[in-house]
Design a protein around this ligand. Structure first.
Ligand SMILES: Cc1ncc(COP(=O)(O)O)c(C=O)c1O
Length: 380
């Protein structure tokens, strides 16, 4: 696969290795967004059916991206915190139940669990990584698996750690949670779009994804999947569109107790979002053409030599089986001064993130092997 720089509008003088922070926008997405903003100048052309049609297309595209058979299991959300809150509110919990979280996971998948734990007298159990940088990913996975017991009510984590790209074995975690009748809630923000994922293979109970990173969408729109365990749930808000028969604009005040089917009840109010929805559809269309498999292969190819070079310098980078290629962390040995590296990266306009103790590098198809060679040369 060739790099796809020409489809983005990134400035020429920067090397952007920071998609995990925020993706750059595809030119086609910018174009659709601009057209969509202008659309409201003619409200007479926005018809009742338009409140529904693009929502359905977006759900269908997201379902394809995560290999889910039924798009009606998906919902449109404004943020990860919103999507996780719907799962947390509808996770059955009683006193003494355990909620398993992973160390230093993103706050939007932490605070709400703390809140429901307090309400129900449940206990949060946080699984930390081993202290040593040796087979760290494998050991961390083992620790998570052995923490899941008959006391576990829910495991809420990600499939890729947002700070250093550690990959978690969701297949094994799903099996274990099923064996003990626990739910599994996944924050897919740092993986869906760039890492293959199949609901048919790993049927998580909820998968919540922000749209502005690896789904290449605009800010403030994301997607979630909710399996059967949540289909009778009570949403955190009550938007009219999520109720049965909401398409009938003449009868909206014939109030309905019934919801639209499956996960529709969890979509945010005004999810027809006439600007953001078409933008995210276009972005996912492009991802479906490229495929997450190709994105993993491409980012593996362009980063391979640089990773070997950094490992030779004594940096710890998780081995390939336990990390993603589109997002990984570099832990420096004591003889490399992080502040010096930061200064050099800044001088060279190479943009990465610093998360925890790791330098987080997150490439995409607009990057090249040359970007990585220049990056690695600054560590010597
Ligand atoms: C793993 C992960 N989840 C969620 C988010 C964003 O959360 P929210 O949409 O609630 O702002 C981020 C942002 O960096 C993230 O890295």
């Amino acid at each position: 696969m060739q790099h796809q720089k020409n489809l983005f509008d990134l400035p020429q003088d920067i090397t952007y290795l920071n998609c995990a922070y925020m993706s750059p926008q595809l030119k086609s997405v910018t174009e659709i967004g601009t057209r969509s903003v202008l659309r409201k100048a003619r409200p007479n052309e926005i018809l009742p059916e338009h409140f529904f049609d693009q929502r359905t297309v977006l759900k269908q595209r997201f379902a394809s991206l995560i290999d889910a058979l039924d798009y009606r299991n998906t919902a449109i959300i404004p943020s990860v915190s919103y999507g996780i809150a719907n799962a947390a509110k509808n996770t059955p919990l009683k006193k003494g139940d355990e909620i398993i979280l992973v160390d230093e996971q993103f706050p939007s998948n932490f605070y709400v669990w703390q809140d429901v734990a307090k309400d129900h007298g449940a206990v949060i159990k946080t699984i930390t990584p081993p202290a040593e940088f040796n087979q760290r990913g494998q050991q961390w996975n083992e620790a998570i698996l052995s923490a899941i017991t008959s006391k576990t009510a829910v495991v809420a984590m990600a499939n890729v750690h947002w700070a250093d790209g550690t990959l978690y074995d969701l297949k094994a975690i799903r099996e274990k949670t099923k064996a003990v009748h626990a739910l599994l809630v996944i924050d897919g923000t740092q993986s869906i779009g760039a890492l293959p994922f199949s609901i048919q293979e790993v049927d998580v109970d909820a998968l919540v994804c922000g749209g502005y990173k690896w789904m290449l969408g605009p800010y403030a729109i994301g997607m979630a999947y909710y399996g059967e365990a949540y289909h009778q749930g009570t949403p955190i808000e009550h938007n009219w569109m999520n109720r049965h028969n909401s398409e009938d604009f003449n009868n909206l005040t014939q109030y309905e107790d019934r919801y639209q089917v499956k996960a529709a009840r969890f979509s945010v109010g005004e999810s027809s979002n006439f600007v953001l929805t078409p933008m995210l559809i276009d972005a996912i269309d492009q991802l479906l053409k490229w495929t997450p498999e190709n994105i993993q292969n491409y980012t593996r190819q362009i980063s391979k030599k640089a990773i070997t070079r950094l490992q030779e310098l004594g940096c710890y980078i998780e081995n390939e089986t336990h990390r993603s290629n589109h997002l990984f962390g570099i832990y420096l040995p004591s003889h490399i001064n992080i502040d010096k590296v930061k200064t050099k990266l800044k001088q060279e306009n190479i943009i990465v993130s610093y998360r925890g103790n790791a330098i987080r590098v997150s490439p995409h198809l607009y990057n090249t092997e040359d970007d990585f060679n220049r990056f690695a040369s600054l560590f010597a």
